[in-house]
Write a protein that binds this ligand. Structure first.
Ligand code: ADP
Ligand code: MG
Length: 398
């Protein structure tokens, strides 16, 4: 992706307006309970401060309806201060005179956090006037919020119209590097693992990846709609009745393309998704009535691990089973372990999706992947081959 990056810019003494993703969870005491997203944005902020720029940070938090003190970004300023060991400035608005004054008082190597952008409905409406008011605050613009790049909002898209230079921050750059590489120039063999609950949210990802991968491994709840499409008995397993036809089309397409398209060969089943449920392992065509497939079975785990052994690029989205319940988490965790192992070799492994990342976290495997995407919806849309407005709006490299 040939977009201007933070390294292409002269930051010294400039007012650098940065869209970050500080959409972090808060507890009742308004403390940040998981600062991953803040930590991920530090390299970009540090670069600006070290180069003598003035960092003006803006983000959304949650889904406020108007100004909601419960969704103030003030607690994030406190956490930033701790992480950077450098005093934070915070202003309780994101546009207007008060904010402009705070910006004008900012010295080089200082940073200012603005209040929640979504206190204004104009943000999500991509209102040009609102975007212009934001743009007034900076000389150059950096977007480091990959997670919202699939939305054309005022702070991700509208604002860029008022700047000569709009660049990707380090986090954005990393996302583009890894996700972009998988779609444009993957090292082969390229294997995609797709799971999760439903086909419906992932149809376009499956279709787009089918043209690029050598092997496609299917797991999770979506496997059953495929088996239904093949006329098999699936008991009470998750089924999307209205997607059976589509599953048939995908299977036909895979055959036409001679794609190595694999469905699970066995399942761990139970009558209910509960920790105390009694379980059985059955082959794919033997799910009894009233039973549900809740994880891939041991033969499938071995088969999928084997397919992953030689892979040079792997994209994974969607757990192999109901991993939230220990009993049904084995398939997902074994696949994750295998990915960690091949990453130590020479494979590039990329994991996206909120639940898939949560599954990695169970065994502290996030750091052992080449890249864990921070944007759920954004990474899916990227893998669908769509143009993300927040990325398209960045300045092209000459
Ligand atoms: P991601 O967030 O990584 O994109 P999804 O949201 O698509 O993943 O899917 C995750 C959900 O899929 C999990 O809550 C998990 O319990 C569920 N799931 C996985 N396998 C099954 C299954 N066999 N039956 C029902 N639900 C499943
Ligand atoms: Mg999910």
């Amino acid at each position: 992706m040939n977009k201007l990056t933070i390294d292409d810019l002269k930051l010294k003494d400039k007012r650098v307006l940065v869209r970050v993703d500080f959409n972090v969870p808060l507890n009742e005491k308004k403390e940040v309970t998981d600062d991953t997203r803040i930590v991920e944005s530090l390299p970009t902020i540090k670069k600006i401060l070290n180069d003598g720029g003035k960092a003006i940070l803006m983000s959304h938090l949650g889904r406020p309806k108007g100004k909601d003190p419960n969704l103030s970004l003030a607690p994030v300023a406190k956490r930033l201060e701790k992480l950077l060991r450098w005093p934070a400035k915070f202003v309780d608005d994101c546009i207007g005179e008060k904010v402009e004054k705070a910006v004008s008082e900012l010295k080089s190597s200082e940073y200012l956090l603005l209040e929640n952008l979504r206190f204004y409905p104009q943000e999500e409406k991509n209102d040009p006037e609102f975007a212009k008011s934001l743009a007034k605050l900076g000389d150059i613009y950096i977007n480091d919020a990959f997670g919202t790049a699939h939305r054309a909002h005022a702070s991700t898209e509208g604002v860029t119209r008022y700047f000569k230079e709009c660049a990707a921050g380090y986090l954005m750059q990393k996302e583009l590097k890894y996700l972009g590489m998988t779609l444009s120039d993957p090292k082969k063999p390229f294997v995609a693992i797709l799971g999760g609950s439903k086909i419906s949210g992932k149809i376009d990802v499956i279709k787009n990846l089918m043209d690029k991968v050598d092997t496609l491994l299917i797991g999770g709840g979506m496997a059953f709609t495929f088996y239904k499409a093949l006329g098999k008995e699936i008991g009470s397993s998750l089924l999307e009745e209205d997607k059976v036809g589509l599953a048939q089309d995908i299977l036909k397409e895979a055959e036409k393309k001679k794609l190595d398209f694999l469905l699970p060969v066995d399942f761990l089943i139970a009558s209910e998704a509960r920790e105390d449920a009694s379980t059985r392992v059955v082959d794919k065509d033997s799910i009894p009535q009233g039973w549900k497939g809740l994880d891939i079975g041991p033969k499938t785990v071995e088969l999928y691990k084997d397919k992953l052994s030689n892979a040079k690029t792997v994209v994974w989205n969607g757990p192999m089973g109901v991993f939230e319940i220990d009993k049904f988490s084995k398939g997902t965790r074994e696949v994750a372990q295998k990915l960690a192992q091949i990453t130590e070799g020479s494979a590039v492994t990329i994991v996206g999706g909120g639940d898939s990342v949560a599954a990695l976290a169970k065994d502290n495997l996030e750091k052992r992947m080449s890249h864990v995407s921070t944007g759920g919806g954004a990474s899916l849309e990227f893998l669908e081959g769509k143009t993300l407005p927040g990325i398209a709006a960045l300045t092209d490299k000459k």
